[in-house]
Ligand binder design. Structure first.
Ligand code: ADP
Ligand code: MG
Length: 386
């Protein structure tokens, strides 16, 4: 497969699949345009080579047209970031052929939310063909959606000469460093809620890393699978069997799995308490890792040369239960020698207000896409480029 920087694409009509899936305020204005900013290197690179750009993105997961999920706000924001180009939002590319015919090289056409078309979700080849007619080259710069088998990600690159964008390249390069000969000791930290969606990742990390530290609701699932009382705690019933399996395999693999030994719990009487994880009562709810576990996990991270972290250590949305998640971040930020990768929707949300985010080597734009890439070594949208 080829990336943008390994080719000279000039004077072409280029479709760029970007990820403009920005977070929105309740009044539908843009809360954070970091995703738009991350697309700029590829866009500027292509513009400098006199290409005419046609941008495709989704926003949310609409079933049909929904004005709240229009890309009109994105178009405005992008206009501010690229003042030398004229950004035009194409409401329906099927009905506005004249816009493509008259496009100047200083004009960027942004197609309206591609998920307004149900064919996108179905990976429809005929829909992809309609898109392919608009351009003569395709670039995928949307790592975070590349695990989706959707028309603009998988079908479309099969119809046009295709390239990976600069953001896609950055993601692949960083994640490959975890998969190919990572420096030891390699410490993985996994938490969060949905254990079932992370089993494949855990299987992979069990082979790759030296220590696998588990926290959050995911650790509750493992505690429960091991026969411990977890009371009213969040755990994933559907993943108990796989969790038990994984613990049994442990010896045959490489990594040592480390579970929390203490926890911050909300008791049946609605009080906050510290407890050993073997001492949980039926009315208790484990909502964070405890101070001993924080210290233990931090020591592993201090000595690590390679680190990957996905998933909060507790219910961090409530300030009473955010110390565990904060401690993991601090430990990673304070290890200047390690190559560190952090990703996940809520994991990144938990870091929003942190200083020293630049002490992390790579912050992945992909939640599900990062998990899938680490588990499989590639993604459907990446495979489709070669
Ligand atoms: P990510 O998006 O980073 O991959 P997940 O989606 O798997 O993470 O899970 C994040 C959610 O898990 C957060 O909203 C957090 O509140 C919740 N969570 C983590 N640990 C606990 C816990 N012990 N009890 C309840 N919720 C938890
Ligand atoms: Mg999530």
């Amino acid at each position: 497969m080829r990336f943008l920087n390994q080719s000279t694409i000039t004077d072409k009509r280029v479709i760029v699949r970007t990820d403009f899936n920005v977070s929105l305020n309740p009044d539908h204005t843009i809360a954070n345009d970091i995703r738009i900013k991350m697309a700029l290197p590829s866009l500027k690179y292509l513009l400098a080579n006199k290409n005419k750009l046609i941008l495709i993105s989704h926003l949310g997961s609409p079933k049909k047209y929904d004005s709240a999920l229009s890309l009109s706000g994105v178009a405005k924001d992008l206009q501010g970031l690229l003042p030398n180009s004229k950004i035009t939002l194409v409401k329906d590319f099927r009905k506005e052929a004249h816009l493509f015919a008259s496009q100047n090289s200083d004009e960027i056409l942004l197609l309206e939310n591609i998920r307004f078309y149900k064919e996108e979700y179905k990976n429809s080849l005929s829909f992809a063909r309609e898109l392919a007619f608009l351009a003569d080259t395709y670039v995928n710069d949307a790592f975070s959606v590349s695990h989706r088998i959707h028309a603009s990600i998988v079908a479309l690159p099969k119809l046009l000469p295709s390239f990976g964008g600069l953001l896609l390249l950055k993601e692949i390069t960083a994640l490959r460093r975890l998969l190919d000969n990572p420096k030891k000791p390699f410490v993985s930290v996994v938490g969060g809620a949905k254990t079932a969606t992370k089993i494949k990742l855990l299987e992979k990390l069990l082979k790759l890393s030296d220590y696998l530290l588990l926290g959050g609701g995911l650790a509750n699932t493992f505690l429960k699978a091991g026969g411990s009382e977890v009371g009213q705690s969040l755990y994933d019933r559907s993943a108990l069997k796989q969790a038990r399996h994984l613990m049994l395999k442990q010896g045959a693999k490489k990594a040592q799995v480390i579970l929390p030994t203490d926890a911050v719990v909300k008791t049946g009487k609605n009080q906050c308490a510290l407890k050993e994880t073997y001492d949980i009562e039926p009315g208790d709810k484990i909502l964070d890792i405890g101070p001993v576990t924080r210290l233990e996990f931090s020591r592993f991270l201090q000595d690590a040369s390679t680190i990957v972290w996905n998933g909060p250590m507790g219910y961090f949305e409530d300030p009473n239960y955010q110390k565990g998640t904060a401690a993991i971040f601090e430990a990673i930020a304070q290890n200047p020698h390690a190559f560190s990768v952090v990703g996940g929707g809520e994991t990144l949300a938990s870091l929003k207000t942190k200083k020293h985010l630049d002490h992390i080597s790579h912050i992945s734009t992909g939640g599900g896409a990062m998990l899938a890439f680490l588990a499989e070594g590639t993604l459907p949208g990446i495979k489709a480029l070669s």
